[in-house]
Design a protein around this ligand. Structure first.
Ligand SMILES: *Cc1c(COP(=O)(O)O)cnc(C)c1O
Length: 385
C-alpha cells in the first residue's frame, strides 16, 4: 500500500490514563460509554475502538447508523453499540439484528421498532431520550405516559434499555440554572416511570463535563466524549479541578493524539522573493524553507497561513505564506541539519516542544472538537504504546 501524506498516532498509555481518571471521578458502578461519533472526534474509529476495548471499554455511542456500522466492523469484543442520533426507518431491522441500541425521541418510532423486532424475531433495545430543555431531539413530556404503556404492553419485543437526556451546555457555569432545570425535569420523568412500574435498565444523562464536575448527574451510565481524548470540556472545568486537587497544574487528562508528516523538499529562497501563491510572504533575508505535503484539503486549517507553527527536530518552525490545497511551507533557517524525509509534528509533542490543538484552534477560532472531527477519514491512524 502506498503512503498517505500524513498520519495520526494514538497513544494507548495516555488513553488508559484518561479512562482511569474518569473512572475515579464516576466510581466503579456506572457503565462508561465511549462516545465515538465523528470518527471518534477525528481520532479514527477503526484504530480507536479496539484500543479502547483493550483499556476495558465495552460500550460505544455514535451519532448515526453509519457510524454504528463502523464500530461494528472495528470492534474485537462483543461491545455494546448505541445510536444517539439518526437511524433511518429502513435501518432499524439491521440495528435489531446486531443488538444495536438506539435512542427513541418520538412515540411514533415505537410501533415501527415493534414491527421490525417482530420481523427480525428479536427484541429492539430502546433508550427513551426525554426533552428536558435542550430542545434538539428529546421526547415531549406528553408522550411519556403512552410510551411507558406501550413498552409495558410489548415488553417481549421492546426492551426499555434506558431513560436519558442530554444537557445543553454543561461545560459552562453560566448555564448552571438551565442544567439544574434539565436535571430536575429528568428526575420527574423517572418518578413517572416508578409510579407506572415501568423501569428502564439504565438511566443516563452525563456527558464529559457533567461527569467530571457534577457527581449527582452520574447514574448507571455516562456518555464520555471529549474528556476520554484528553481534553477538558472547558477552561472552567479544568480550573475547578485544579482547585479541588489544590494544584497549580495537573496533567490528569493526557492528549492521545499526534499528527505527523515528513519534509517533502527543502530549498533556499533569496531575500525579496515571495513564497507560494501571491505576495502573502516575502523573504526578509535568505531563508531555508521546508515544503510539507499536505494542506487544507487534508484538514490543515487555511487560517493558519503565515501564523501557525510545526515541530521539526524538536524546534518550532513557523509557517510562511498561504496554506495551499495540498502543500505548505515552513521556515527552517534556524534549524540546520534538517533533511528531506525528516519527521514533522503538526499537532503533538516532539522533543521538549508541544503544539496543542488549542494553540491551533485559538488562531483559527475553530472549536477543538470542530478541528479534530474535520480531519479527513483517509488519514491513517495507528496505535502506539
Ligand atoms: C456528543 C454527545 C455526548 C458526549 O459529549 P462530550 O461533551 O464530548 O462528552 C454525550 N451525549 C450525547 C447525546 C452527545 O451527542
Amino acid at each position: 500500500m502506498v503512503k498517505h501524506s500524513s498520519r495520526i498516532e494514538l497513544k494507548q498509555s495516555a488513553y488508559k490514563n484518561n479512562i482511569s481518571f474518569i473512572r475515579k471521578k464516576i466510581g466503579g458502578h456506572p457503565i462508561l460509554s465511549s462516545v465515538v461519533k465523528a470518527n471518534a472526534y477525528g481520532h479514527g474509529i477503526d484504530a480507536f475502538v479496539p484500543m479502547a476495548e483493550k483499556c476495558g471499554i465495552r460500550h460505544f455511542s455514535v451519532a448515526s447508523s453509519f457510524e454504528a456500522e463502523q464500530v461494528l466492523n472495528s470492534r474485537k469484543k462483543e461491545s455494546h453499540i448505541m445510536i444517539m442520533g439518526i437511524i433511518y426507518e429502513e435501518d432499524i431491522p439491521w440495528a435489531i439484528e446486531h443488538d444495536i441500541e438506539f435512542f427513541v425521541y418520538n412515540f411514533d418510532r415505537l410501533p415501527v421498532a415493534l414491527d421490525a423486532a417482530k420481523k427480525v424475531g428479536k427484541p429492539a433495545k430502546v433508550h427513551i431520550e426525554m426533552e428536558t430543555g435542550a430542545n434538539r431531539t428529546g421526547m415531549p413530556k406528553e408522550e411519556l405516559n403512552p410510551t411507558l404503556s406501550f413498552l409495558k404492553k410489548h415488553q417481549e419485543y421492546l426492551v426499555f434499555e434506558g431513560l436519558c437526556t442530554h444537557f445543553g451546555g454543561a461545560e459552562s457555569q453560566a448555564n448552571q440554572f438551565k442544567i439544574d432545570l434539565q436535571h430536575k425535569r429528568f428526575k420527574n420523568f423517572l418518578k413517572t416511570c416508578q409510579s407506572k412500574g415501568v423501569l428502564p435498565n439504565t438511566k443516563h444523562i452525563a456527558c464529559s463535563a457533567a461527569a467530571l464536575a457534577m457527581p449527582d448527574t452520574v447514574y448507571d451510565m455516562v456518555r464520555i466524549g471529549v474528556a476520554q481524548y484528553g481534553f477538558w470540556p472547558s477552561p472552567e472545568i479544568y480550573y475547578n479541578h485544579l482547585h479541588e486537587v489544590d494544584k497549580k497544574s495537573d496533567a490528569a487528562l493526557k492528549r492521545i493524539f499526534t499528527w505527523k508528516t515528513d519534509i517533502m523538499d527543502i530549498r533556499k529562497v533569496d531575500q525579496g522573493e515571495f513564497i507560494g501563491y501571491g505576495t502573502a510572504f516575502q523573504a526578509t533575508h535568505e531563508m531555508t524553507i521546508a515544503v510539507l505535503p499536505l494542506g487544507y484539503s487534508n484538514g490543515y486549517p487555511r487560517a493558519l497561513s503565515n501564523r501557525g507553527q510545526v515541530l521539526i527536530e524538536g524546534k518550532k518552525a513557523p509557517i510562511v505564506g498561504l496554506i495551499n490545497m495540498n502543500l505548505f511551507m515552513v521556515d527552517i533557517t534556524h534549524i540546520p541539519g534538517t533533511k528531506v524525509g525528516d519527521e514533522v509534528v503538526l499537532i503533538g509533542r516532539q522533543g521538549n516542544s508541544v503544539i496543542n490543538v488549542s494553540s491551533f484552534t485559538n488562531a483559527t477560532q475553530l472549536l477543538n472538537n470542530e478541528m479534530l472531527s474535520r480531519l479527513p477519514a483517509a488519514i491513517p491512524r495507528t496505535v502506539v504504546k
